[in-house]
Design a protein around this ligand. Structure first.
Ligand SMILES: *Cc1c(COP(=O)(O)O)cnc(C)c1O
Length: 809
């Protein structure tokens, strides 16, 4: 370990020489990054090997977290912090006239996720390692991550995100652990004695090659593994030489189609696109993952019947739900167990997190597609369905309607959420309200049937990345005040309450916030050539673009504010900088129009000198983890304004409060729990309640047109969308206009407008009293510890997985 900077410096210089055959002053920044990465990786390797050895020897229960997404963020800085050598390295590099933060910038963000769901998976990995828990990730190594977003002429343009261009210093290819995954073909059944044996023929074989990434814990010796699978053809290159031309073509086509499986992450977190390939990806992940889990189990244990006591498999949403039939397949077809035994093992091994109640995001697959692509798996799902429906019939004889509604296969489709609930021992929602809505509405039939399965695990975020790393100035200030215990026990942040009214602490907190705002202003200035005032309120909404998240409500308020400023340029408001960041799914037309609208309003507002710079609107391109780390520490307000009942939890909300921003939000997802923690005076709540929204959906009674008629502010804004107000624009915003008036405003934007505008006015007034604002800010930070993913993970570990820490020494 680099205990002093001198030993680091000489190792670093030598590494540069060895890797590139150059002296330090001839190397490029990227080469310096790669050399540093490889040195750090080497440090991690020792404990990685040790951890694996101890896990193997002890034979205690392991957790595998299966997820189609891991939105990791850059790893260099985080690894240095976890190893406890960030400062030493920074100092050593400084001697060599190299800035560590410049090197950190060289690392591409692994774009292996869309948004909250993938980021949660990354936070949970960090917490498992930091809490000494033997928990591993299992995912796909997409060659292209989520697209890179550019804004051109106000429109989103998508460029490929080839994040692996320079290679990935953190991964190790493990060809020796490759497994085969089979698609298509046909099944024939043979009777051998008393048993039915299933043979799979004429299948397409795909080679799954794992790439392992070490996940070190915070200042401990635990190094867990994130295993990402890459799809390759099962053909060796020498096979090519002895082929005639026709076969050659066929093989090239086969190679292309197998490699396509791990080519792209689907850039849509609500609807499924490119459906066949997406289904292939799901089975690819699950089959490769389970084969390797079982292989490693068999190295440690004799008896497959003990599997649920030694392995917990968690599925992040329904995307990996084929783990259920795949585990059944392996247990029966390969391990020779009977159905009942296999089913008992499976349903004691798998647990499931539900992430959404949006109907369009509940996965369903056409029977035909699944049957053709995964013939054996489909047979097993059919059998699970038949047995489940029989059970239902016994409990609810004659209730055809109910049984049809709960069936796993119905109306020509396989309902993945139903399969997940039936085949797992626990189902959890991700915030209290979300879990209640699952139990009382969306999954109420299942809750009535399996009440014991449903639990809540409110999401969390790792405070190590989102405070310690993202906001070093604040982290230092906190440690100066209350010591460093909060890093290992985040609820210790509570001690900050003693300082909430302390004028000198308030003064320092506000200096840190101002410093972070200046840094962000500099970034904006450099990148977009727009000057923003660090003394204005930084009012931020950064998250995926979706109608239910209601970026539209935010823009409408800006349009109204602008309209009022035009009427009265002397309007007395605190200057405001509205900051947006959001990617829209490429095929999501409404979302893309909303991006265009935000940018259109931005250029109107930013270029109108008559409003004296009182408002500025910034849309930052390509929102992702690294930008979040830059933006959130600079926020005064975090907007969490989804239609109540629609946001399962949100985790952006937690990052903002932890960095001292106040929440402007609806009673939705974890906002409710944030409000309960900080108290009503320290959060800005507005809008319909979840129950009110659900009642409108159920009983009707909302007419958007009435609001257009009765609220002159709304009429003006809506008219401006279509009357040529944005004169230079060739496009108008008819599509948005119609979604609100013709389609009756599904997400209650107009309905919540008045209440939202009021809340915004309160913010303006409260901000003028800086002392009390800073006090609120400190209260938010002080209560954020409970939203650390350490708390979430401890709940999963004891309440779901029944897994215990293993101390590596
Ligand atoms: C936290 C995070 C999200 C989730 O944000 P929400 O506001 O909860 O939707 C999405 N993207 C990135 C990059 C994040 O860091």
């Amino acid at each position: 370990m680099f205990t002093n900077k001198e030993s680091f410096k000489s190792a670093f210089l030598e590494r540069l020489e060895n890797m590139y055959g150059k002296n330090i002053n001839e190397t490029t920044t990227i080469e310096q990054y790669m050399a540093l990465g490889s040195l750090v990786k080497e440090q991690i390797n020792k404990n990685w090997i040790l951890t694996k050895k101890i896990y193997r020897e002890r034979g205690e229960k392991q957790v595998y977290y299966l997820s189609m997404e891991f939105l990791l963020g850059k790893m260099l800085g985080m690894n240095l912090i976890n190893l406890g050598i960030y400062e030493v390295i920074e100092e050593g590099l400084k001697d060599l006239r190299i800035s560590l933060s410049d090197l950190e910038q060289q690392e591409p963000d692994p774009g292996l996720g869309n948004g909250g769901l993938g980021r949660l998976a990354a936070c949970l990995l960090d917490s498992m390692a930091s809490l000494h828990l033997p928990g591993h990730g299992c995912g796909i190594r997409y060659k292209y991550g989520l697209f890179e977003q550019k804004i051109m002429d106000g429109y989103q343009v998508e460029l490929p995100d080839y994040w692996l261009r320079e290679g990935n210093v953190w991964e190790v290819r493990r060809s020796d652990k490759a497994v085969e995954v089979r698609f298509e073909g046909n099944i024939w059944v043979e009777k051998v004695g008393e048993r039915l044996v299933f043979h799979h023929e004429n299948f397409e074989s795909v080679l799954a090659v794992p790439y392992d990434i070490p996940i070190p814990g915070y200042k401990n010796k635990t190094v867990n593994t994130l295993r990402l699978w890459s799809a390759e053809s099962a053909i060796k290159d020498f096979d090519f030489q002895c082929l005639n031309n026709r076969d050659y073509q066929k093989i090239v086509e086969y190679k292309r189609s197998t490699e396509a499986i791990s080519e792209f992450l689907y850039p849509d977190d609500s609807k499924e696109e490119g459906r066949i390939l997406r289904l292939k990806q799901q089975y690819f992940l699950v089959s490769a993952g389970l084969q390797s889990i079982i292989r490693s189990y068999k190295k440690r244990h004799q008896n497959i019947k003990d599997f649920p006591n030694k392995v917990a498999i968690h599925i992040n949403d329904t995307h990996p739900v084929l783990a259920i039939p795949e585990l059944m397949r392996i247990l029966m077809d390969e391990e020779g167990l009977e159905w009942d035994e296999a089913w008992s093992i499976t349903t004691r091994t798998i647990s499931y997190t539900n992430h959404t109640t949006l109907q369009e995001a509940l996965e369903r697959w056409p029977i035909d597609m699944m049957k053709r692509l995964l013939p054996r798996i489909y047979m097993i799902i059919e059998e699970i369905n038949e047995r489940f429906c029989r059970e239902l019939w016994n409990k609810y004889p004659g209730e055809w309607g109910l049984i049809h509604e709960m069936a796993i296969i119905a109306d020509g489709q396989v309902k993945m959420a139903h399969l997940a609930i039936v085949g797992s021992y626990q189902v959890n929602g991700v915030s209290k309200i979300h879990t209640e809505i699952l139990k009382k509405q969306v999954m109420k039939n299942f809750y009535n049937y399996f009440p014991y399965k449903f639990h809540n695990k409110t999401n969390g975020i790792t405070h190590r990345r989102w405070l310690l790393k993202a906001n070093p100035l604040l982290a230092k200030l906190i440690s100066d005040a209350i010591g460093t215990n909060w890093i290992e026990h985040p609820t210790d942040l509570n001690y900050l309450l003693n300082y909430a009214k302390d004028p000198s602490f308030q003064e320092r907190i506000s200096r840190v916030k101002r410093q972070n705002k200046i840094s962000l202003s500099n970034y904006i200035k450099e990148k977009y050539h727009i000057a923003v005032d660090p003394d204005s309120i930084f009012d931020v909404q950064v998250k995926r673009l979706h109608a239910y998240k209601r970026q539209l409500l935010n823009v409408f308020h800006i349009m109204d504010l602008y309209n009022r400023l035009k009427e009265n340029p002397n309007l007395d408001i605190v200057p405001r900088t509205f900051i947006f960041g959001a990617k829209a799914a490429p095929a999501y037309f409404l979302a893309k129009r909303i991006i265009k609208l935000i940018n259109t309003v931005a250029s109107l507002v930013n270029n109108d000198s008559t409003i004296q710079g009182k408002i500025r609107v910034i849309f930052v391109e390509n929102y992702g983890v690294s930008l979040a780390e830059k933006i959130i520490p600079a926020a005064d307000i975090g907007q969490q304004i989804s239609t109540a009942s629609k946001e399962a939890s949100g985790t952006g909300n937690m990052k903002f409060m932890m960095n001292g921003a106040l929440t402007l939000g609806t009673l939705d997802g974890a906002n409710i729990e944030i409000k309960d923690e900080v108290g009503e005076d320290n959060i800005f709540i507005f809008g319909l309640t979840p129950q009110e929204v659900l009642d409108y959906y159920q009983y009707g009674g909302y007419r958007a047109r009435d609001l257009y008629q009765s609220d002159p502010r709304l009429r003006k804004i809506l008219d401006q969308l279509i009357d040529g107000f944005f004169l230079k624009e060739v496009v108008d915003f008819k599509f948005i206009y119609y979604s609100l008036l013709q389609e009756n405003d599904e997400f209650f934007v107009l309905k919540d407008f008045a209440s939202y505008a009021d809340a915004q006015k309160r913010i303006d007034q409260f901000y003028k009293d800086q002392e009390s604002w800073i006090e609120k800010s400190i209260i938010n930070i002080a209560h954020s510890g409970i939203f650390s993913s350490d708390r979430t993970i401890l709940e999963y570990a004891s309440g779901t997985w029944e897994v215990r820490p293993i101390f590596i020494s």
